[in-house]
Design a protein around this ligand. Structure first.
Ligand code: SAM
Length: 297
């Protein structure tokens, strides 16, 4: 298909599942067949030459490495979950970021992986079992229905929110222009309606995340290029975020592509580019500043 041809010049990335294998062993094993390097930004990520097809590689089928792009791999890292934490992955299937969280947490603590769609729950369970991520509890549930005051919710310290989005930052969607309904220079009425609905859900989900009382960090990500799903969502929740004590926080300071300058704090935000990075992602991190200790005074 065309999308494969258009992506042929981009490097391929694999994330080593450190629950099963250490990075140097994976590097050594892959080096027998390919030119492999460690990524300079994301830990546990390896870079292989464009066109490398690892789908049937034994390390992939055994869950020792995951075929995961660089931008996608930046999301869980941005959250910086610590081993032992209680983390909620709000919209989690197929589970790539869930099992990345599990690896970053060294299998310690607990991850609640919430997913609304029944079929996708099966896919999520498969990913979790393939990764050997024993600290993940899969929950077939609407994230918006999770009660923040529930006993389990009260313990959650971090939330990864990667909600349904248009996918306009992915290569397949890039072929939209080949569809008969596409109008050059515009996103088309049907598309605008779809984007408005998605953005409304994304905003609602992010607002819901703010209401979990013990949460200190929330990462929001999309694989969309549209401002309406990215900076506009962030801008629309800023007052509520502030009222809960959350502020935007810088992630990957050395990364050159930041948010569009349409929202206060845009320089904290991350964009990746379809052309330069192979995937168009958007990532924002909210951090809640806990009250400074008063030394009992
Ligand atoms: N984070 C995943 C990964 O990296 O593998 C990808 C998540 S995908 C972009 C969004 C997921 O959210 C879909 O599987 C969708 O079914 C699920 N979803 C949509 N609305 C939801 C809701 N209200 N509650 C929970 N999950 C939801």
């Amino acid at each position: 298909p065309l999308y494969k041809i258009s992506n042929v010049s981009k490097p391929r990335y694999v994330r080593v599942n450190t629950l099963k294998m250490d990075v140097d062993s994976a590097l050594l094993e892959l080096s027998k067949q390919y030119v492999v390097n460690k990524d300079d930004l994301v830990p546990d990520l390896l870079v292989l030459p464009p066109g490398t097809d690892l789908h049937n590689h034994q390390l992939v089928t055994s869950g020792n490495i995951f075929l995961q792009g660089k931008a996608s791999s930046m999301v869980a890292v941005a959250l910086e979950p610590e081993p032992g934490w209680q983390v909620l992955d709000a919209c989690s299937a197929p589970g790539n970021k869930t099992v990345h969280l599990a690896a970053l947490m060294k299998g310690k603590g607990k991850i609640i992986a919430c997913e609304l769609d029944e079929k996708r729950v099966e896919r999520l369970k498969y990913t979790v079992s393939l990764a050997g991520a024993s600290n993940v509890k899969v929950k077939h549930e609407d994230f918006l229905n999770l009660d923040p005051k529930d006993r389990n919710s009260l313990k959650i310290q971090a939330i990864l929110l990667d909600p349904s989005c248009s996918g306009s930052g992915t290569v397949i969607d890039r072929l939209d222009h080949l569809l008969p309904s596409y109008t050059a220079g515009s996103t088309g009425t049907a598309n605008v309606n779809r984007l408005t609905k998605l953005a409304a859900f994304q905003k609602k989900a992010l607002e819901h995340a703010f209401s979990f009382p013990a949460v200190e960090r929330i990462v929001y990500s999309t694989c969309s290029l549209h401002q309406i799903e990215n900076e506009d969502v962030i801008r629309s929740v800023l007052p509520l975020a502030a009222s809960h004590g959350f502020q935007l926080s810088t992630i990957f300071p050395q990364w050159p592509r930041r948010g569009l300058p349409v929202v206060d704090g845009y320089e904290h935000l991350i964009r990746t580019s379809l052309e330069e990075d192979g995937e168009g992602f958007f990532i924002a991190l909210f951090v809640r500043e806990t009250a400074a200790p008063t030394n009992g005074r």
